[in-house]
Design a binder for this molecule. Structure first.
Ligand code: PMP
Length: 419
């Protein structure tokens, strides 16, 4: 129509977007904060490049051999020869990608295989694979709880759980982190007849603390709620079958949905939900983050299937991982570091520091010595908490753990975190 200008009629040098309408100006604060950090002369903790990865516990960073203590490779499966071979075979047989959604052309033999491996691992009747753990939470939470229903979640929940709430139409209620009485109180205020989904995590990833799932699940059931537990950081090494904290605490029968990821103990990428609900398959028909995205590449699902099958029997690895967690936690505690948990409750050990400056200094000192850990800060961490997060691997040797402790002692003393 006349009202629409053709490209030829547009001015040659249009005025720049006015600063107040520049959509990028909302990031000015973040840009300034990051620049201020870099101006202090430290390495940017959020821009690390692995030049070479030699094993689950060693990489070359900035030309230096470095021990990895900041990956989620809990069970060290990324270099397992059978896992690698399964991926190579799938690449040869099925090509590099699926080019489409599970609903259309994106279901290959190994998508079915990995769902079967998950059903066996978890002992459930149903398993649905998503492209990431983030999407599993996004999809499950937004699809399960709809208008007029409620999602009740822990205040320290992972971002993907919060985003699942935002994507759906249910009302959201938060309770204080790991506080059973607060969960009970908040559930008690909701209308009895409304559908409710309580979302919990087995291990909380910033401090490495474990949820009192048994008590929380009992409270949820008392109020007629369904329960979803995110077991991302526990798969492979909690409970007799490595299913997670919910198995270790004996509440398998009362957890309706378990969400997990392939990006941690499984050692590749992808997400999933398992359940015994008789109507579980219907999720595939309604869940947008399942339907409207391409499925995982064949090599990824083939490596995941092999890894999950091996994890079922990885009793020695499990034992060694726990031994590593006890040694590192005990050693750091004895040196006087403030830790995220009183006891070695998980494979994550958080070393809490005074402030950002001290955390970054310590992080850099460790890196220069040849140790990589995660620097974590708000909003990922609880308010005002700056920490170095250590995540152990079953492939860390006892000798590596001793070296790690020595590096922590010397870095901690040099930044004044310990005496
Ligand atoms: N849930 C929790 C508790 C997580 O920590 C994470 C990732 N760190 C996810 C879900 C998302 O998993 P993924 O990396 O597979 O997207």
């Amino acid at each position: 129509t006349d009202a629409i200008q053709t490209a030829d009629a547009l001015p040659e040098n249009p005025d720049a977007v006015a600063p107040e309408r520049d959509l990028m100006s909302k990031f000015d604060g973040l840009i300034a904060e990051r620049q201020a950090l870099i101006d202090t002369g430290v390495t940017d903790p959020f821009a690390i490049v692995m030049d070479q990865v030699k094993s689950p516990t060693e990489a070359v960073i900035k030309g230096k051999d470095t021990i990895l203590l900041g990956t989620y490779n809990y069970m060290g499966m990324t270099f397992d020869p059978d896992v690698i071979q399964a991926g190579k075979d799938a690449l040869d047989q099925f090509g590099s990608g699926t080019n489409g959604s599970r609903m259309l052309n994106g279901t290959f033999r190994d998508h079915i295989e990995v769902e079967e491996a998950l059903r066996e691992f978890y002992g459930t009747t149903g398993a649905i694979v998503f492209s990431t753990g983030y999407m599993a939470n996004l999809g499950m939470i937004s699809t399960l709880a709809g208008k007029g229903e409620y999602v009740i979640l822990d205040a320290d929940s992972h971002a993907s759980i919060y985003d699942g709430c935002k994507q759906g139409y249910a009302d959201i209620v938060r309770f204080r982190h790991n506080d059973v009485a607060d969960l009970d109180k908040r559930l008690g205020r909701l209308p009895k007849e409304a559908g409710k989904l309580v979302v919990l995590e087995g291990v909380y990833s910033m401090l490495g603390d474990v949820a009192p799932l048994k008590e929380m699940v009992a409270v949820a059931k008392k109020h007629g709620a369904m329960v979803l537990s995110d077991e991302a950081h526990s798969m492979g090494f909690y409970g007799p079958n490595g299913r997670g904290v919910y198995e270790a605490q004996g509440c398998e029968d009362d957890v309706d949905f378990v969400v997990g990821t392939f990006s941690k103990s499984v050692g590749t990428v992808g997400g999933f939900c398992v359940s015994n609900h008789p109507k579980f398959e219907a999720i595939r028909l309604a869940c947008r983050p399942y339907i409207f995205t391409a499925s995982l590449p064949p090599s990824v699902v083939a490596t995941a299937a092999m890894s999950i099958r091996k994890l079922r029997h990885a009793h020695n690895k499990r034992q060694h991982l726990w031994e590593n967690a006890r040694t590192l936690h005990g050693g750091l505690k004895a040196m006087g570091f403030r830790l995220g948990t009183e006891n070695p409750d998980s494979a994550i050990i958080a070393v809490i520091l005074e402030d950002q400056a001290q955390a970054v200094m310590m992080w850099q000192t460790l890196l220069e010595d040849g140790l990589y850990v995660n620097m974590a800060r708000p909003p990922a961490t609880p308010a005002g908490t700056y920490l170095l997060r250590c995540s152990l691997c079953a492939e860390h040797s006892s000798e590596q753990v001793e070296r790690i402790l020595k590096m922590f002692r010397s870095a901690g003393q040099s930044v004044g975190a310990i005496g």
